[in-house]
Design a protein around this ligand. Structure first.
Ligand code: NAD
Length: 252
């Protein structure tokens, strides 16, 4: 359990928070006192509205995390306004169900950049301040696809493509590399690996056969958010380099 004001006074940067899981993460963190700084390539109006409605604090910038220049400018702006970043959650990303041979160079790099390079850019920009203060928590939103090579759905619906699986596996590797390097400097780096979550990505009729999962339902964005809250909070102060699967037990 994390107390209801566990993030009071903390500045939390969350990428991809115009989307379903990122929005749930921002809601869960701001409800516990964090000030959220959202970076997304699209305007995060709905998220800002919902945070405001629950009495929380959030600010959003349009930022393409696949561009290091865009990320550097956004992080510099946040540091200029707050002087610190306590928590960084890399949630932006997504994938396409494209076959191996059909994956073009352009598609490959689009997915690698959105799911992996973007997290490297935000971490590189946020880490100097965290290291100087000897305090910080980074949580990367990977995927069960990065562990098991894509989560199959039924019939001809297939699974996420090779670029997505490779990018999320890379994100897990990046998480562990950074955890080894920065733990002694007070910065923890962890990841979650969601299974199928009821969001825009999977609402379009994919059938994962979740009735056969140990917990027989789709995940909710809020399930992911609570795992992120744990990894970002002092409740996990002796945990680093870990990947928590939030999958209802599939891929255990
Ligand atoms: N939904 C699932 O079943 C599921 C499962 C495993 C992992 N995930 C991961 O969870 C994260 C959130 O997914 P979601 O389901 O909420 O999807 P979503 O599409 O609702 O949200 C993703 C957000 O990332 C943003 N984004 C993508 N590329 C970006 C870029 N280059 N720069 C800035 N922002 C960018 C999008 O604009 C969007 O707001 C993703 O990283 C996804 O890979 C989702």
């Amino acid at each position: 359990m994390t107390s209801e004001d566990v993030f009071q006074g903390k500045v939390a940067v969350v990428t991809g928070a115009a989307g379903f899981i990122g929005r749930a993460i921002v809601m869960a963190m701001t409800r516990r006192g964090a000030t959220a700084e959202i970076l997304d390539r699209v305007v995060a109006d709905l998220t800002l509205e919902q945070v405001k409605a629950q009495g929380g604090q959030a600010h959003a910038q349009v930022c393409d995390i696949a561009s290091s220049a865009s990320v550097d400018a956004a992080i510099a702006d946040i540091l200029a306004r707050h002087g610190r970043i306590d928590i960084l959650v890399n949630c932006a990303g997504g994938g396409q169900r494209i076959g191996f041979v059909e994956t073009t160079d352009e598609e490959w790099f689009t997915q690698i950049n959105a799911n992996l390079s973007g997290a490297f850019y935000t971490m590189r920009a946020a880490l100097p301040g965290m290291l100087a203060r000897k305090s910080g928590a980074i949580v990367n939103v990977a995927s069960i696809s990065g562990i098991i090579g894509g989560l199959p759905s039924k019939g001809t619906q297939g699974r996420s493509g090779p670029a997505y699986g490779a990018a999320k596996a890379g994100l897990i590797g990046l998480t562990k590399w950074a955890a080894r390097e920065f733990g002694k400097h007070g910065v923890r780096v962890n990841a979650i690996a969601p299974g199928p979550v009821l969001t825009s990505q999977v609402m379009h009729g994919y059938d994962y056969g979740v009735e056969d999962y140990p917990i027989p339902r789709m995940g909710a964005p809020e399930d992911m958010a609570e795992a992120v809250v744990y990894l970002a909070s002092p409740a996990s102060s002796y945990v680093t380099g870990e990947v928590i699967k939030v999958t209802g037990g599939v891929g255990m």
